[in-house]
Write a protein that binds this ligand. Structure first.
Ligand code: ADP
Ligand code: MG
Length: 581
């Protein structure tokens, strides 16, 4: 499959002048990165990396790529010599390298041997460079491919050697670098050996989730979820994310690959983190790997010396699509009940004294004749009943589900309000009785500034002289208040309508940030204060209505604050707990 490579040549000065200043080799991991990228550019299927003494003693990278013709080997070591810009066209680069600087830079800070063969004769050529001079140049046995050995890195540069003194730190950096390269090339088989011991391997199957598990550990497997992102503008996106139960102290395991290159595009990183934020504890970060492909001319690689930052011409829409996809996956994922948590919850649920009032509330209806509740975003669920007047107990194809009635209602209200907002005619209803708001001078001022926003949301508030406002209409809040003329719906009258006054008063008190986010805070607070409380017994019709409406929302597993509202008790967990197998 390997097509003959274009020859290596020295770039014309007009081209080198346009290339962002090349990076220097700062540490052993930079050597590993450059050499592995060269192997990937040569279409290697297998790459083996050996490291000794944290890379300061030895780094060897061997590949089975297309190799370098013997007659070209000396040229490969020249500055600005590359085979990757045959037409001097920086705008359409598809390879990882293009500056022709890695090999000569490494050769100035270390002793280097490069052996390569570009055919199946079994014989190639070997060049050894020490102190910047070629010390050996001879035919050498080598299968098709290339092996570069770098010894005594920074030996002639005492300052850098001191900085890189801690081999353990360097090993960590090297492993991190290799993980990123391996995630960017799941179809390549990687092997990393540290001081003779193989510590990282990937299968080269091309499967991203499998590669993530190989690199970060099998314990992760149950938490991984595929990310389905519809194509955006010119980009295709795919990836795998771990659920919010997997958190990391740093951003090191948020991996973004664009056109096969590990990069840190700030806008995309922020978008992803923001999508996770409500689900993660403070200071913790998620684990995920996202692969994005765009036409090379929609990506500027040439803005960062280490090529770590790139300019993605369509960053905005791509960031939005990515964040939406992450939110959708997370928001539909019920919280899994962990094995140890089950013991206590199980006691409460199943071992409770049946005479106690907080047991399972069963209805008079024979529930086993009821149809399961089928919705777009939840599995078909059969309603069993209400537990402790705050949870709905449901059965689905994959086990039991516990649903927090308050948070479920919050999610429904929040999405309804959002959908309502900004519509030419938001869905509103006349309040059974107008609400009277008596405000202080400071409140009036803040409230007045937000009146337009409230109107866009579906409120009708009129100044009623002085500091008094009259609220006559409100957005439709299903289940919280029923419009006097509306036919009775299953959710009717669930939540407290007094919540409305509290919310509007709180809004008039909300002095923080007059930016856009007061509206978001208002939506969250409005849905929270008007949603059905925990502790409220529900009719079966109301429970069914709640599940039905929840399954229509985009994120039926988390409330608008980001807390879980649906807990899953898997059949497997039950089997294990009861020792059925
Ligand atoms: P660049 O990767 O920017 O072209 P390098 O200094 O890293 O610059 O490499 C110079 C050239 O040597 C490459 O363009 C490529 O033709 C050749 N080369 C380097 N490493 C390999 C390898 N592992 N397999 C095949 N060719 C290689
Ligand atoms: Mg290179």
């Amino acid at each position: 499959m390997s097509i003959a490579a274009p020859p290596i040549r020295i770039l014309p000065p007009a081209v080198t002048a346009r290339i962002a200043a090349g990076e220097v080799i700062e540490r052993p991991a930079s050597v590993v990165k450059e050499l592995v990228e060269n192997a990937l550019d040569a279409d290697a299927r297998r790459i083996r990396v050996d490291v000794q003494g944290g890379g300061l003693l030895l780094i060897r990278v061997g590949d089975d790529g297309r190799g370098i013709a013997p007659a070209q080997l000396t040229l490969a070591l020249a500055r600005h010599a590359t085979s990757k810009l045959p037409h001097d066209d920086l705008a359409t680069v598809r390879t990882l390298g293009f500056r022709g600087e890695a090999l000569p830079s490494i050769a100035t800070v270390a002793d280097m041997t490069i052996t390569s063969a570009d055919d199946d004769s079994g014989i190639g050529r070997r060049l050894a460079v020490a102190g910047g001079q070629v010390v050996h140049d001879e035919p050498a046995p080598h299968p098709r491919g290339t092996t570069v050995t770098v010894r005594n890195l920074f030996q002639r540069m005492p300052a850098r050697l001191a900085a890189a003194a801690r081999a353990q730190t360097e090993i960590g950096q090297i492993a991190q670098t290799l993980r990123r390269l391996a995630l960017a090339a799941p179809a390549v088989r990687f092997e990393l050996a540290i001081d003779g011991r193989v510590t990282l391997t990937t299968s080269g199957s091309g499967n991203l989730p499998e590669t993530v598990v190989a690199l970060y550990g099998p314990a992760l497997a149950p938490s991984l979820m595929p990310l389905d992102v519809p194509p955006v503008v010119v980009a295709t996106l795919s990836g795998v994310i771990a659920g919010p139960e997997v958190t990391r102290p740093g951003r090191g395991q948020v991996t973004i690959i664009i056109n096969g290159r590990w990069v840190q595009p700030r806008g995309l990183l922020t978008a992803v983190e923001t999508a996770y934020r409500p689900l993660l504890p403070r200071g913790r970060h998620p684990l995920l790997a996202v692969t994005i492909d765009v036409p090379p001319d929609r990506l500027d690689l040439n803005i960062h010396p280490a090529k770590l930052d790139v300019r993605l011409l369509d960053e905005r829409p791509i960031a939005t699509a990515l964040a939406q996809a992450v939110r959708a996956v997370l928001g539909r994922q019920p919280r899994e009940l962990a094995t140890d948590a089950f013991a206590t919850i199980g006691d409460r649920l199943l071992g409770a004294d049946p005479s106690r009032a907080d047991g399972v509330r069963e209805s008079q209806t024979a529930w086993d004749t009821e149809q399961p509740i089928v919705t777009p975003h939840l599995p078909p669920l059969r309603l069993i009943g209400q537990v402790q007047d705050r949870l709905l107990l449901l059965e689905g194809p994959a086990g039991l589900y516990l649903l927090d009635q308050h948070r479920a209602h919050e999610r429904i209200l929040y999405e309804r309000l959002r959908a309502n907002h900004g519509h030419a005619g938001p869905e509103t209803m006349a309040l059974p009785e107008p609400l009277l708001l008596e405000l202080t001078a400071a409140q009036v001022e803040r409230f007045g500034r937000r009146l337009a926003g409230l109107t866009a949301l579906g409120f009708e508030c009129d100044a009623f002289g002085g500091r008094t406002f009259l609220v006559r209409r409100a957005p439709v809040l299903p289940g919280s208040m029923s419009a006097p003329d509306a036919p009775a719906a299953p959710l009717d009258g669930l939540g407290p309508s007094g919540g409305l006054i509290d919310t509007l008063l709180a809004l008039a008190d909300d002095a923080a940030g007059d930016g856009e986010d007061w509206l978001e805070r208002l939506l969250v607070s409005l849905s929270c204060r008007t949603a059905v409380r925990r502790g409220r017994p529900l009719s079966r019709a109301a429970m069914r209505g709640l599940v039905l409406a929840l399954g229509e929302t985009s994120a039926p597993a988390v409330c608008p604050h980001g807390s879980p509202l649906l807990v899953h008790v898997s059949g497997t967990l039950l089997e294990r707990q009861f020792g059925w197998r």
